[in-house]
Design a binder for this molecule. Structure first.
Ligand code: GLY
Length: 364
């Protein structure tokens, strides 16, 4: 399948390229730079070194910065270490950061780039499905602090994104399937064809070597590109849904992640979160049984969780009040009035929320 290119117009105009064997495109994306910092996940040392060698051969001065694993990368002390390295290496405004890894790496690399000299170029090379279809595209960057996850950050558009599907072949099945939850999310909110493709070929959808996954990534990235091009800073007010549509399933999903002390994969929590809002919409008469049931069948078919243990409602309800999308004391949800018809819903009756939780609860 040929490479596919999707345009984003948000703060910067840039391209997201989807294909296989894309690293040869990097020199053109960083042309004009003298120094390049490849900020990478610890598991990608060999790939980072190979990339460094090929950029050295083209006369770039390359610095490798290996991060701690996963969310441990997203700390103020890691940012400070990166700033120190950039300072020692003399990074100027025309130099470039490359983020090579999953969502934690692209969030951190983007934040370092957004703050160094008040903002230098970052090229994102997401290596997980989740990062390809969500974190690596769209310019949200950030770190975690004692106050919570992603509460410190900046909007900083990448200057280019390379989604090289070859990286997916070394991803374990759980991570691949968890990333698919974000693909399903945009299927429900914005591109129902995604749901049809997954329904008709589940094993193709999670075959990292196949053409089906490339089509799914292309469709999911296209939705994200359109959304961030229209509302880069998530600044739509009132009932209009801009970038907030990407939060479908996330209000309850974030609460589950918190309740599980962040040991669940993000995609697994979002899967349960989508089932929760599907029940909420069904029980309030907004969504048909057929469309609500489709959430459970598609997500279960992929091997994603659709239920959560009973007995946690008070904690989950409390956690939802602390979600970034809450306004004052009002919890805000994205719900569907049909497939592809998302709307905002502020402050549903707590009894309805409890009933939706009951419907997805596993009663032991
Ligand atoms: N991950 C949600 C967003 O980019 O807005």
């Amino acid at each position: 399948m040929p490479d596919q290119v999707i345009q984003v117009s948000a703060e910067l105009n840039y391209e997201v390229v989807i294909g296989r064997g894309l690293m040869g495109r990097l020199p053109l994306l960083i042309s004009g730079a003298t120094r390049v910092a490849i900020i990478h996940a610890p598991t990608l040392q060999a790939q980072a070194q190979a990339l460094s060698q090929s950029l050295n051969d083209q006369n770039f001065e390359v610095t490798l910065i290996a991060l701690p694993d996963a969310e441990a990368a997203k700390s103020a002390s890691v940012v400070e270490t990166c700033w120190t390295v950039l300072g020692v290496q003399g990074f100027t405004r025309s130099d470039v950061v490359v983020g090579l890894g999953g969502g934690a790496t692209t969030d951190l690399a983007g934040f370092v780039a957004s703050t160094w000299l008040r903002g230098i170029k970052v090229i994102q090379v997401p290596t997980t499905l989740l990062a390809m279809v969500d974190a690596g595209v769209g310019g949200k960057t950030g770190i975690n602090t004692d106050a919570g996850k992603n509460l410190v950050g900046a909007f900083h558009s990448p200057s280019g994104v390379l989604c090289d599907l070859e990286f997916l072949t070394s991803l374990n099945n759980e991570d691949l399937v968890a990333g698919m939850a974000e693909v399903v999310k945009v299927g429900f909110t914005s591109d129902p064809e995604i749901l049809k493709i997954i329904q008709s070929d589940v094993s193709g959808a999670i075959d990292p070597t196949g053409a089906v996954i490339q089509e799914l990534v292309r469709r999911a990235v296209q939705v994200k590109a359109d959304v961030v091009s229209a509302d880069f800073k998530e600044s739509r007010n009132g009932q209009a849904l801009g970038r907030e549509v990407l939060n479908y399933g996330h209000t309850f999903g974030h609460a589950v992640e918190r309740e599980e002390n962040y040991r669940w994969r993000h995609g697994a929590a979002i899967s349960v979160g989508m089932c929760f809002v599907a029940e909420l919409a069904r029980q309030s008469g907004r969504l048909s049984d057929q469309d609500a049931d489709l959430h459970f069948s598609i997500l279960e078919g992929l091997g994603l969780p659709t239920t959560y243990a009973s007995g946690h409602w008070e904690d989950l309800f409390e956690a939802m009040h602390m979600d970034k999308k809450a306004r004052g004391s009002v919890i805000r949800f994205v719900v569907l009035e049909g497939i592809g018809r998302p709307v905002a819903w502020d402050g549903p009756d707590p009894a309805l929320l409890a009933a939706a939780y009951d419907a997805i609860s596993r009663h032991q």
